[in-house]
Design a protein around this ligand. Structure first.
Ligand code: MG
Length: 252
């Protein structure tokens, strides 16, 4: 008897591993796209840095950060946290990193000011500004799905909206794998991101289609394996604390 593989199963076998990472048919930044379901996260938690962590901010000093070109960090340190000082620009790590496990805590301004993207906006960027995990006050704040907290900006909305209220500390635990490029600059493998927001999975090993951007989806261009991690000055006094990473290029 001849064995027939059902058509659907055959199709599954030929699906790329990154099938979950395909862009939806919704236009970028579509306001009509359904918003992720709101999930109330469990109690606030924190994770102290493990023994092999690089502590980027332990509560008192921004020594490991620069406002660019080695200039001292200008963001304000107070009460065990640091805060965006609007118009000072991007804050960058002095060291460069490739694949990392990153933990950080952030809080949007309270009381909230503004609406949509103009409310508690910042961002965590990998590879020196190329790939953004959005930071935004997304509690009772309507904006396009691919731009809310936990989005891979302009590409993938979070699976759910696990936001806490403005002023409350929120947690991101992120696993970032950098893209790989061949010697001739062609893409070998895409950047991949897994994100937990307040302990809730919001990005499940997603493959970026290129750098994240506003109103565009530019293609990959080859870049160094290790580059600074940066935080966005979007003009809003978002706070951060307890920022550490594990360098997966060197972790054994
Ligand atoms: Mg942002």
């Amino acid at each position: 008897m001849k064995l027939a593989v059902p058509l659907a199963l055959a199709a599954l076998c030929t699906m790329p591993l990154s099938a979950q990472s395909r862009l939806s048919d919704w236009p970028q930044h579509s306001e009509e796209r359904p918003k992720p379901t709101v999930v109330q996260p469990g109690a606030m938690y924190t994770i102290a840095p493990p023994s092999d962590a690089v502590v980027l901010f332990g509560g008192t000093s921004l020594d490991r950060w620069t406002q660019g070109q080695g200039a001292p960090a200008l963001w304000r340190v107070a009460d065990g946290a640091f805060q965006v000082v609007p118009s000072t620009g991007t804050l960058s790590t002095r060291d460069s990193f490739g694949d990392v496990q990153l933990h950080l805590e952030w809080a949007a301004p309270n009381p909230p000011v503004g609406t949509g993207q103009d409310r508690g906006n910042s961002g965590v960027f990998f590879a020196d500004g190329r790939y953004e995990v959005q930071v935004l006050d997304s509690r009772n704040n309507d904006t396009y799905a691919d731009g809310q907290a936990g989005a891979l900006y302009g590409q993938f909305p979070p699976l759910v909206n696990a936001s806490r209220a403005p002023g409350e500390w929120q947690v991101y635990d992120i696993v970032y794998h950098r893209p790989r490029f061949a010697a001739d600059g062609t893409l070998q493998s895409a950047a991949r991101l897994t994100v937990f927001h307040n302990g809730v999975l919001v990005q499940d090993n997603m493959e970026l289609v290129g750098p994240t951007a506003n109103k565009s989806r530019p293609p990959y261009t080859a870049h160094a394996a290790r580059l600074p991690i940066t935080l966005q000055d979007h003009g809003h006094p978002v706070r951060y604390r307890n920022v550490w990473l594990r360098d997966l290029d060197t972790a054994k």
